[in-house]
Design a protein around this ligand. Structure first.
Ligand code: SF4
Length: 354
């Protein structure tokens, strides 16, 4: 019993160190303290104590599965790049699988997700569970998994973890599979959204690398127009998940092209090549694929949610400087998961992944 406790303590410390490093690296040095939610005024539950309690319970919960004879970890944070259209060789869907593993003769991907959507009976609210089927992100991962492994590819398991003030043992695998026809439909839809993004960029006169060149196709400088004739707003989304980061800009500006970067925002370009470590698989990609022809779920889902949001984030590269606690906690949890899965999977067998 003592050896189990020591082993768990050691793993907990290593996972916490990874989570802390990740949090510090992404928050300009501010640790996850006991802050207050700026909207509700309630104590922020995404804090260090919650992380410790969750990690301890997670290790105990997943130990049996990750160390079972039927389980073999294949990779951690593996980037992928798969073709989207045979008529456009460089057009590529890119992403990164949190984990890939072999289980009872089939290959699976695992995707870690944290949520505060709590239900007393079963930990997770049904709207959270249902959000993964259908899900463009999960369907994209399944498409990639099937292209990479053919018939051996089986499903994506969403590894859900509840973030709660007092309940710290809410974990669940949510299995998602898709028929071939459904994945073919996802490919068609993804090409559709890519063509919509490209048409909006064209309407703006934006350079494909990001940022606009302020030249409209009618010869009038875009910033001199009374409104911006591209990337329309989807006002249904402004307060759907709390206030949108860009809501003040949309209230003030009819033509954001006329304005410089506002206070409270920094310019931070989101590049799939950097974020997903695509350089490590560049050799296996189509040689014509580059940042302008590679699309990932982050950008496509942002565009689907609101075209104007895409403009602010991925054309103007604007990132809010306000507290991004949910994102920071989720990223820190991911970093801890890498340590927990790698360590537990290594026990008693070889792990050949990175
Ligand atoms: S960017 Fe879109 S979702 Fe956000 S406030 Fe503007 S219109 Fe609403």
């Amino acid at each position: 019993m003592v050896s189990v406790t020591n082993e768990t303590t050691k793993l907990l410390e290593a996972a916490l160190a990874a989570a802390t490093d990740c949090w510090l690296a992404n928050s300009n040095g501010a640790l996850f303290d006991e802050a207050f939610d700026p909207e509700s005024g309630k104590p922020e539950i995404r804090n260090f104590t919650t992380m410790v309690e969750m990690l301890f319970n997670y290790i105990e919960e997943r130990r049996g599965f990750l160390q079972s004879r039927d389980f073999q970890l294949l990779s951690i944070e593996q980037p992928f790049a798969v073709p989207l259209d045979p008529d456009r060789p460089g057009l590529t869907y890119v992403g990164r699988l949190d984990k890939k593993f072999h289980y009872k003769g089939a290959i699976y991907a695992a995707e870690h997700k944290t949520t505060t959507l709590y239900k007393k009976d079963g930990f997770f609210r049904s709207d959270f569970i249902d959000s993964f089927s259908p899900s463009s992100q999960i369907d994209g991962y399944l498409y990639a998994l099937h292209l990479l492994h053919g018939r051996k590819a089986k499903a994506v398991w969403v590894d859900a973890a509840l973030v709660h003030g007092s309940v710290h043992n809410g974990f669940r695998f949510i299995s998602v599979d898709r028929a071939f026809e459904q994945l073919a439909g996802w490919v068609w839809e993804t090409r559709f959204w890519v063509s919509m993004i490209e048409s909006q960029r064209e309407a703006l006169g934006a350079s494909p690398q990001g940022g606009s060149n302020f030249e409209h196709q009618d010869g009038i400088a875009v910033q001199d127009l009374p409104y911006m004739p591209s990337f329309p707003k989807n006002t249904e989304q402004c307060t759907m998940y709390g206030n949108c980061t860009y809501i003040d800009l949309c209230k003030m500006w009819s033509n954001p092209e006329a304005w410089e970067t506002p206070p409270g925002f920094t310019v931070s370009h989101w590049s799939p090549f950097d974020e997903l470590d695509l350089a490590s698989i560049k050799k296996s990609m189509d040689p014509t694929a580059d940042e302008t022809t590679c699309y990932d779920n982050t950008r496509i889902s942002c565009f689907r949610r609101c075209n104007r949001m895409y403009y602010y984030r991925h054309v103007r590269d604007l990132l809010s400087e306000s507290d991004r606690r949910a994102l920071l906690f989720g990223s820190a949890w991911h970093a801890a998961m890498d340590v927990v899965w790698r360590t537990l999977a290594r026990k008693g067998k070889d792990f050949h992944g990175s």
